[in-house]
Design a protein around this ligand. Structure first.
Ligand SMILES: [Zn+2]
Ligand SMILES: [Zn+2]
Length: 79
């Protein structure tokens, strides 16, 4: 099951945090998503190749997507 986070543009859960930039499935706007560790606030590594969650190099542990502190920012228009 895909875990989606809330889109700041349309306020619906339409952003897949495994990808960045990612377009909202509802309003099609593009966003950059960066995940931060809820414990040490380091930027997390993403596992794009599988459904496993995020990994913190500092804490040396996997972080559930539901616990990750996601920072969502609008993707800059190309050019
Ligand atoms: Zn949206
Ligand atoms: Zn950490």
């Amino acid at each position: 099951m895909t875990y989606l986070i809330k889109c700041p543009a349309c306020q619906q859960e339409g952003l897949d945090p495994r990808y960045s930039p990612i377009a909202c499935i509802h309003c099609k706007k593009e966003f950059n998503i960066v995940g931060f560790c809820p414990t040490c606030h380091s930027e997390l590594q993403k596992f794009k190749c599988c459904s496993v969650d995020f990994f913190c190099n500092t804490c040396n542990e996997l972080i559930s997507k539901k616990k990750v502190d996601f920072h969502v920012s609008p993707a800059s228009p190309a050019g």
